[in-house]
Write a protein that binds this ligand. Structure first.
Ligand SMILES: *[C@@H]1O[C@H](CO)[C@@H](O)[C@H](O)[C@H]1NC(C)=O
Length: 336
């Protein structure tokens, strides 16, 4: 194993102690389903689990997980208050959810009908050209705050019994918001664009499995922006690092009653990690991931990126920042 990864692996036991001796997990680690999720992570991913993921590990015990995997197969199963609170799910509809889902995805995805959003409501800094990524440049960072309600992942044995259709979701989660679920499903069920592989994984394990197969590798690295610090501010670019990879899987958080992502691998994309500092004092602010799609020719002509960047499909690259909850997966190994 390459030397730099020894550091990541060494920090693992410390992370476990910190997370699981806390009162948030009353069960011994060995009986919690989270320990299975952590083992799966370390068998497949070379770096430390980002906080965005460790916060969402299932709070169910292994026993509860087995019990509900069986119960959910029964015809009349509905997620009741007890299950939703044990599994830390967001089962009932909150109006704000819908608004948040729309705000956080319309500006950067290729599936939505962007014509519906007036341009003045779109963050003009949400898309940019590669040319602004220069060390020493001062730029306006877009808003990185995602504010979907907190939900944990479901154990895959439970998640696999849920069908990703409006009927399938409504059957198990009758209280969930039809509109918010519908928005999510429009991403999940849209046809792939040319060269794209896509999936909405229903569990952490499924997300890792998809990334492995899309990247064609058994060991992965998970990349994420460090925090939301500096959101919407003028910041100076101190340092830029490009990851030397051919393929990237990007996973965007989506709304369903349990933690879900929309993951896709787009060809001819680049990924950078950008260190930002205060323009005046030079004090460190944040390290943010930037993704650049070099080939925009398969994108729809009315995509919001083209309205902001003022060119058409295939006439230039489109870059965007990634928030701290979204993940990018790359092959683990030689490319750090
Ligand atoms: C992930 O892949 C492993 C190995 O192929 C398989 O055993 C497991 O069932 C998969 N899990 C999910 C949730 O797809």
């Amino acid at each position: 194993m390459a030397q730099p990864f020894a550091n990541f692996l060494l920090s693992f036991p410390i992370f476990l102690i910190l997370t699981f001796t806390s009162s948030a997990f009353p069960h011994p680690l060995s009986s919690s389903f989270a320990s299975t999720e952590i083992n799966f992570w370390s068998a497949n991913v070379l770096n430390k689990m980002p906080e965005a993921i460790s916060k969402k590990l299932s709070p169910l015990t292994k026993h509860e997980s087995e019990y509900y995997a069986e119960t959910i197969s029964k015809d009349n199963f509905e997620a009741d208050l007890k299950f939703c609170s044990l599994a830390k799910l967001a089962c009932s509809a909150v109006l704000d959810d819908i608004k948040v889902v729309k705000q956080s995805y319309t500006t950067r995805n290729v599936y939505m009908d962007n014509k519906a959003i007036p341009l003045e409501k779109v963050d003009p800094f949400s898309f940019f050209r590669l040319s602004i990524l220069k060390e020493g440049n001062t730029i306006h960072l877009s808003d990185l705050k995602a504010s979907l309600p907190y939900r944990a992942f479901l154990p895959p044995q439970i998640a696999s019994k849920i069908t990703l259709t409006s009927k399938g979701i409504a059957k198990i989660f009758p209280e969930s918001s039809k509109e918010a679920v519908g928005t999510t499903l429009s991403y999940c069920n849209a046809a792939a664009i040319k060269g794209e592989l896509k999936v909405c994984p229903k569990s952490l394990e499924e997300m890792i499995n998809f990334s492995k197969s899309a990247l064609g590798k058994n060991k992965l690295l998970a990349l994420t922006s460090k925090s939301t610090r500096g959101s919407g501010e003028e910041l100076k670019i101190e340092k830029i690092k490009q990851f030397d990879v051919e393929k990237i899987v990007a996973c965007h958080e989506m709304y369903l009653p349990f933690a879900t992502y929309f993951c896709h691998s787009l060809p001819s994309s680049r990924i950078y990690s950008v260190d930002f500092v205060e323009p005046k004092s030079g004090a460190p602010v944040n390290t943010v991931l930037a993704m650049c799609h070099m080939d925009t020719s398969p994108w729809p002509a009315d995509h919001v990126a083209f309205q902001i960047l003022k060119f058409g499909p295939g006439q230039g690259e489109a870059c965007h920042w990634s928030n701290e909850i979204d993940l990018a997966w790359i092959a683990g190994g030689e490319n750090m």
